[in-house]
Design a protein around this ligand. Structure first.
Ligand SMILES: Nc1ncnc2c1ncn2[C@@H]1O[C@H](COP(=O)(O)OP(=O)(O)OP(=O)(O)O)[C@@H](O)[C@H]1O
Ligand SMILES: [Mg+2]
Ligand SMILES: [Zn+2]
Length: 506
């Protein structure tokens, strides 16, 4: 006796179809699984058996073989419990096979038959929609998450017995609880709170407009952290497809809150400087997405940049460049998206007061050099805007005119992004920071005067070829903020100004 239930596995952020084939044959009572199950799948046998027995269905008194096909895909996680249990019931003729036609099933079973939530259901739902699968049976804990994807019927179940009754038609499909319209937390923090700091605010605006990476360099208390945290408040909200992509990463990481099925706000990830390279870029035994992927379409904030482990910082180079992370595994290669804006903050020297207007630095020049060198040239090259932040005059902290609010800045950023979207449509890039070299020439052409200026600056500051391209992209964004197509010398000059660290290090 044979049964077939469709389920799915999530590799990276892509789901693929897995057939759970159940075969009952006369012989000794053995329950075996084949098809390369990871240890979690082996443990599934225990859970499936207990759940079936404890729900009163009993366990077949014969040889039970479960094959997870295709065999070459490594299966991880606990989502095959429910399809295995249902498959056994179908093979025993306790459930008609037609009941499961056109459905994809996932869910972990507790020993008493309760159905527990699993990771990656959103990716599975997106896959099901692409494949034209009409129905998805998932743990109730994941139902709201799955229902974000339109065009498929989502059935959420709490218990194996409930699932069986539903499939037998003895129960009505309970309507999904309507997901509360997620509210965007507006106004909690705002650029209005930052007094003065015209240069840093300008850099923040350019970064937001062109998707550029940004580094603030300044003394303790200068306001670097305060400024960085306000970047998300001036970036336009995510489009639906961006929200879906970001939510799928969170779903795969098991971080999607059950009551907030769709991530509405751009992520802001601020890992501590003790973070490991694996935690930053992803991978490890469980192959989870790292911070760079959890920050997809949002901001990755590295405060106290030189305190991060060297290897962790170096591991950022590839995801920064490619916009995705590739993790090689024994069985498969996983890809996680990692299109984020890097924002970093650091002191100018170990004591923190080098260049401070009112305090003096106590560091040996060699110590300063060693401190700065913790950030490698190739990583610095990838940071388009390197901006010194001087502490604001104490008098300016009180009184004075009101500062501009985030909403006003966001308006200009949105207009600049609109210009980029039109210009870049069809190139795969959405903003200037992601311009490909071929498109760079076309969209960042310089008049002779600006060209000569850049050549001189390159020579004088000994800038790398990568820095050259980044300067052009930043100049492009500056012109876009100004609503212009042609680049001017002043745009290039301002962009060169933002390469403070390259020049100070020489
Ligand atoms: N321009 C400013 N306007 C208003 N408040 C400011 C400004 N600069 C600093 N502050 C105040 O000083 C506090 C310290 O700023 P913040 O933590 O951002 O400094 P930092 O540069 O990150 O320092 P550290 O190097 O010690 O991390 C802020 O929480 C804020 O209250
Ligand atoms: Mg700080
Ligand atoms: Zn110092």
């Amino acid at each position: 006796m044979h049964a077939n239930v469709t389920s799915g596995a999530v590799l990276g952020v892509e789901a693929c179809r897995i057939e759970v084939e159940v075969d009952l044959s006369p012989g000794m009572m053995v329950f075996s699984t084949v098809g390369l199950p990871a240890s979690a799948v082996c443990e599934a046998r225990t859970r499936v058996k207990s759940a079936l027995v404890n729900c009163g269905y009993g366990f077949p008194r014969s040889r039970v073989t479960v094959n997870l096909a295709p065999a070459h895909i490594r299966k991880e996680g606990t989502g095959f419990d429910l399809p295995m249990a249902l498959g056994i019931l179908v093979a025993e003729k306790k459930l008609p096979a037609e009941a499961l036609e056109g459905a994809v099933v996932t869910g972990e079973l507790a020993l008493d038959g309760r159905v527990r939530g699993v990771r990656g259901v959103l990716a599975l739902a997106a896959h099901a929609r692409r494949m034209g699968v009409p129905r998805l049976i998932v743990p109730r804990a994941n139902a709201t998450e799955a229902s974000v994807v339109e065009g498929i019927e989502v059935v959420g179940v709490d218990h194996l017995a409930e699932c069986v009754e539903l499939l037998l038609g003895h129960l009505d499909v309970p309507p999904l609880p309507v997901a509360a319209e997620p509210t965007v937390d507006e106004g909690a923090i705002d650029l209005r709170d930052v007094r003065g700091q015209a240069v840093a605010r300008r850099a923040l605006e350019i970064a937001a407009a062109g998707g550029h990476n940004l580094l603030f360099l300044g003394s303790p208390g200068a306001g670097k952290t305060m400024l960085a945290r306000r970047l998300p408040t001036i970036v336009p909200p995510m489009a639906f497809e961006e929200r879906l992509e970001t939510s799928i990463v969170a779903s795969v990481a098991g971080l999607l809150p059950a009551d907030r099925p769709l991530v509405m706000e751009r992520p802001f990830r601020a890992p501590h400087h003790s973070v490991s390279g694996v935690a930053l870029t992803g991978g490890g035994p469980a192959a989870r997405p790292g911070e760079v992927s959890l920050a997809h379409h949002g901001v990755l904030f590295l405060d106290e940049l030189p305190e991060f482990r060297r290897d962790a910082l170096e591991s950022l180079r590839q995801p920064l460049e490619d916009g995705h992370v590739v993790i090689a595994r024994a069985q498969a290669t996983l890809t996680y998206p990692s299109r984020f804006m890097l924002v970093a903050a650091m002191n100018p020297c170990p004591c923190g007061y080098l260049g401070h207007p009112r305090r003096s630095c106590s560091c040996h020049p060699q110590a300063v050099h060693a401190y700065r060198n913790r950030i490698s040239g190739p990583l610095l090259d990838r940071i388009d805007l390197q901006v010194p932040v001087d502490p604001v005059d104490p008098r300016a902290l009180r009184g004075g005119p009101a500062e501009e609010a985030s909403a006003a800045v966001r308006g200009r950023v949105e207009a600049a992004r609109q210009r980029q979207a039109e210009r870049l449509s069809g190139t795969g890039a959405r903003c200037n920071a992601h311009l490909r070299p071929a498109d760079l020439k076309r969209h960042c052409a310089l008049a002779p005067e600006a060209d000569a200026f850049l050549t001189r600056a390159m020579e004088r500051l000994d800038l790398s070829a990568r820095a050259h391209d980044r300067i052009l992209k930043v100049a492009r964004t500056i012109a876009d903020l100004d609503g212009r197509d042609a680049l001017r010398t002043a745009d290039v000059a301002e962009a060169v100004q933002y390469r403070q660290l390259d020049r100070r290090l020489g």
